[in-house]
Structure formats: structure tokens, C-alpha cells
Design a binder for this molecule. Sequence first.
Ligand SMILES: [Fe+2]
Ligand SMILES: [Fe+2]
Length: 279
Amino acid sequence: MAHSATPQDLVILPRDRRFARGQALPRWWYAGNPWRTAVYNALSATFPKGEALFIQSVRQFRHCADARLAREIDSFTAQEAAHGREHLSFNRRAMDAGYDIAPLETILEQRLARTREHPPIVALADTIALEHFTAIASHQNLARRNAFAGVDHDIAALWLWHSVEEIEHKGVAFDTWLAATSHWGRWQRWLVRSRVMLHVSRVFVRDRTFGAIELLRQDGITGIRAWGPLLWELWGWPGMFRRALLPWLRFFLPGFHPWQQDDRWLIGRYAERVADERV
Ligand SMILES: [Fe+2]
Ligand SMILES: [Fe+2]
């Protein structure tokens, strides 16, 4: 029987905050760096519709959950709904700053349409794969001391808030998956989630990279001037994708669970920063 490593005393706390409403977003809001800004804008462009898919794919297996997991699913829903709302607002401000994110949304909608053609359990497998990415990126955002250096306070606060809630609920989709597939064999469960992870990873890396390239094109940055610094940004330094490689590989271990890495100390550190009104 597959084992959940979710801590017994874990608290999933929807914070429902609002960020920087009505404030103009500088075009290159990430430290005046167009490549870094493009990476984060390309991520944010996918969040409202992506998080809606996560909510839907987890909730349709809520009937498989015990009372505790059902409560966690409700907290997960509240957190993801607030993330979608805040990133919708953020994306509107990126558009006001001059970006057209419609081409990125069109590609995402094509991906989501393909997902809807599959049985619901595949959408749940997609979700555990993408939630693993989110947990890895969130850990990076919170653990790196100089993450969001040179970013306006309220914008950094949005990304840090999102990151902390992603860590908090990183086991919910996975535990739902374990409950929904409890009648499967271990091997079948491992095979399906591993195959889905490989597929999702290919699509994710390709789509986010080309999404960033499209936004850079809108900045008038093309060819080697776009690709060189962008690939260095993702795979060199700070290397969001490079740093993700090792934690990504852990997903393929038989018996993997997101809470085998207990990184709640990052949540504690965030709470201290909030108390000091630093984020
Ligand atoms: Fe989220
Ligand atoms: Fe999430």
C-alpha cells in the first residue's frame, strides 16, 4: 500500500491576500532584466487557467478522500483559487505594461483541451507532476536569500505568498492520487505517474521557453540576443531549470512522496517576515 508522508500536524492555511491592485507594473519588473521578467511573466500567464485545472482535477476525486484529506482538498481549493485571482490581476498589469500574453494562453488552451480528452485520472496525474514543479520552484524562491532582489516590494510579496502556500499544499494532489488509485498495483501507479511526468516535463520546458521567447520578441529582443541570455538564465545562472533537475528526478523513485522533504522551515521563515511586515 502506498504511503503518505504528509506530516500529521501540517496546517494548510488559505491566506487570501491581495497584492498591488491599481499599481502600474514596470515593464521589466524583475530588476530591469527583460529575460528574467519574460520567464516569470510566461509562468504567470499560465497560472489562472492552470490552477483552475488543478482544482477541478483534484476535486473530482474528493469522494475517494478520508475526512482529513477532504478538508485539505478544500483548503487547497481556496489557496489555488486565490492564486488564480491574484495572477489574473498581475497578468492584466503585465498587459497594461505592453505585453500581449494571448499567444501564450492560446497554446495553454490547446494543451488543456488535450487533457480534457483523457480520463480524469490522467488530469490528476498531470496535476501531481505540475504541483511537483511548483513545489520545487517555490522552494527555490523561498530558500534563495537573493531571490526577487531588485523587485518592487508588493510584486515580490505576491510571488513569495504564492510560493509559501504551494509548499504548504504540495502533498494534497499527491495524497488524492494515492487515494484515487488505491486499488491499483504499485507498479501500475509508478508507471503511469512516471510516463505522465516525462510528457508534462517536455511540454512544460518547451512551452515556457517559447512563451518567454515570444514576450522577448515583443520587447524587440530576438535571435541570439533572446536565446543566449534566456538559456543561460534557465540552465546556467541562476538556473531555475538546472537547479530543479535533482529534485525533479526524485519524483521517479518508487515510493516517492512530496513530504519526504519536509521544508516547513521556509513557511516559518516567511511567517516571521510577514510579522515584521517585510513581505
Ligand atoms: Fe498556486
Ligand atoms: Fe499548487
